[in-house]
Design a protein around this ligand. Structure first.
Ligand code: DC
Length: 232
């Protein structure tokens, strides 16, 4: 980080599997900022709910029980050699929260207003000193409405499902393209239509459709936007 320049807040929102986490991570590393994956926080709460029998096989969440359990749920991040790991009550759950069964329940947890309020407060606490890149669905609209740089990322559902499917296979996790596409489309629908801070582009966010971009191209595009903001 250039110490002569005041650190800023960077909000990167977008659809699931749009590649926003990879770009956010790469940018944070390059500019020496802290990276926070807000989706991982919703996933960790979901895992807690699943482990404590608060989610039915039909994906119904016992929201009352889960809200009451909030004080017992501690989420943090630990920097490891292969990147940042999500910690749930001191346990490294990074691998488990990425599994398809968690993906299939997380949107139902993320619609609960009290859960959102609690996580938004935690996310805001991570960002009090700026110098942060956070990705999610409502970072530019709700968590950091005053962020100096806001990006909204999208790509077609098929492109996103293909990327996610490859990622799961690379990690040795079983899935079919059809299952992943169905999950992506269901989550899009729930994320866009929930009452509490639905997924939408902040008015002052810059739209990026990365369907036809390589990782290098999108990383360069993002660093260019960052340089533009700090040059102002
Ligand atoms: O980015 P992700 O796929 O890991 O996010 C998991 C889920 O969490 C996603 O379906 C929507 C929800 N989410 C949210 O509602 N708000 C955020 N800021 C981040 C994620």
């Amino acid at each position: 980080m250039n110490n002569n320049i005041s650190p800023i807040t960077i909000a990167i929102d977008g659809y699931s599997s749009s590649g926003k986490s990879s770009m956010a991570k790469a940018l944070a590393k390059k500019i020496g900022y802290r990276y926070i994956d807000s989706g991982a926080m919703y996933r960790a709460v979901t895992l807690y709910a699943m482990r404590n029998n608060m989610v039915s096989p039909q994906h119904e969440v016992d929201s009352e029980k889960l809200i009451a359990a909030l004080p017992q749920i501690n989420i943090d991040f630990k920097v490891c050699e292969d990147g940042q790991h999500t910690m749930l009550n001191g346990e490294d759950v990074e691998k488990e929260i990425r599994q398809l069964d968690v993906s299939n329940n997380v949107s139902q947890v993320a619609v609960i207003p009290q859960i959102r309020h609690a996580l938004v407060a935690m996310q805001q606490a991570f960002g009090t000193e700026k110098g942060i890149v956070m990705d999610g669905r409502d970072i530019g609209t709700t968590v950091f409405p005053d962020a100096e740089l806001k990006i909204f990322v999208n790509a077609s559902a098929e492109t996103r499902a293909m990327r996610r499917h490859k990622e799961l296979l690379d990690k040795g996790q079983q899935s079919t393209y059809e299952d992943v596409l169905a999950n992506v489309m269901t989550r899009d629908h729930i994320d866009e239509n929930r009452e509490e801070s639905p997924l939408r582009k902040a008015e002052d966010a810059i739209l990026l459709d990365n369907s036809n971009m390589s990782i290098e191209e999108q990383d360069k595009w993002l660093i260019d936007r960052f340089n533009e903001v700090i040059a102002k």
